[in-house]
Write a protein that binds this ligand. Structure first.
Ligand code: CAA
Length: 284
């Protein structure tokens, strides 16, 4: 079983993945090209672990052991990682550059996984000399809490690679589903984006208030959050990127982003992180 993993990108998803892996005993090399981002992530993880200590689920010494396993690293330090999980910006060229570097610095047996929420695993894999070891490993926000990971096969992903990430997912207490064909949005985002889009259209058309749209889905479908609140949580810029990509790939209006979303993103209102997302918006 893998013992050392590298997580590339220490934003919301990268830090959540690092958190859950370290909690389950992995040594985690954390890399982010932006200075200070890994330190900020470690502070946030420490605060989360403090709450676990307060609730009596973790002892202070266990918390310190988890923090000790979270290592700020550079590319020079990660050569012995058996698994790398990339969680950088959802932009193909940025991901390809990371995979090229991973291919160069990691041992030949290492598995290279991407947390992409929609992009093609096959295309990302073309930048490496080991497409059989490249796989999608898609976590959900907040990663320490959400049970699911989607394992996505690229055209050349080997059964062994799928098996290895399945074992990894089980070892960090996640439930995996295997997406057998590398298709945009995989399962969850292919279903979720039309839900967001329809909720936003209902709002745009003046059919119901944001509060009532969310309440309807929460209570009518037993979702923990309404779609407009959830769109803010996932990040409106991320949502728009995913919708645009699905629209481009499927040529289907199911995935056409509502104008209200595009306007919010252009205005820099990106959701929960800025406190200025869809839910705090009063216009149409
Ligand atoms: N990191 C770690 N733990 C967190 C957390 C975070 N960011 N946010 C909440 N938690 C923990 C809390 O500590 C709490 O733990 P305990 O119950 O063990 O004490 C637990 O989660 C519940 O949190 P709260 O009581 O604060 O609030 P809640 O009950 O409303 O739950 C929620 C919050 C887990 C986010 C819940 O509302 C939920 O499940 N929402 C839906 C989330 C969802 O659908 N995510 C998928 C998004 S799609 C995606 O990510 C894919 C993509 O590519 C865009």
């Amino acid at each position: 079983m893998e013992q050392r993993i590298a997580v590339i990108g220490a934003g919301t998803m990268g830090s959540g993945i690092a958190h859950v892996a370290a909690l389950h005993g992995y040594q985690v090399y954390m890399i982010d090209e932006k200075p200070g981002v890994v330190q900020t992530a470690r502070v946030r993880i420490h605060q989360r672990l403090d709450r676990e200590v307060e609730k009596g689920r973790l002892t202070p010494s266990e918390r310190e052991a988890v923090m000790d396993r979270l290592i700020e690293a550079t590319w020079d330090h990660v050569a012995d990682a058996e698994l790398a999980i990339e969680a950088v910006l959802e932009i193909m060229e940025v991901k390809k550059a990371v995979f090229q570097t991973l291919d160069r610095v990691l041992g030949p047996e290492a598995v290279l996984a991407t947390n992409t929420s929609s992009l093609s695993i096959t295309e990302i894999a073309t930048t490496t000399r080991r497409p059989q070891n490249v796989v999608g490993l898609h976590f959900f926000n907040p990663a320490p809490v959400m049970k699911l990971v989607e394992i996505v096969r690229g055209e050349e992903t080997s059964d062994d690679t799928v098996q290895r990430v399945q074992t990894f997912a089980t070892s960090i207490n996640k439930e995996a589903v295997v997406v057998q064909k590398d298709t945009p949005g995989f399962i969850v985002n292919r279903v979720l984006m039309p839900l967001f889009i329809e909720a936003m259209r209902i709002y745009e058309e003046g059919i119901a208030s944001k509060e009532d749209i969310d309440k309807a889905i929460k209570l009518g479908l037993n979702h923990p959050m309404g779609p407009l609140t959830l769109a803010d949580l996932t990040g409106l810029d991320v949502d728009l990127n995913v919708m645009d990509y699905l629209f481009q790939e499927f040529h289907d209006d199911r995935f056409a982003a509502p104008m209200v979303l595009r306007r919010l993103v252009r205005a820099g209102k990106l959701g929960r992180k800025t406190g200025k997302g869809f839910y705090n918006y009063d216009g149409v």
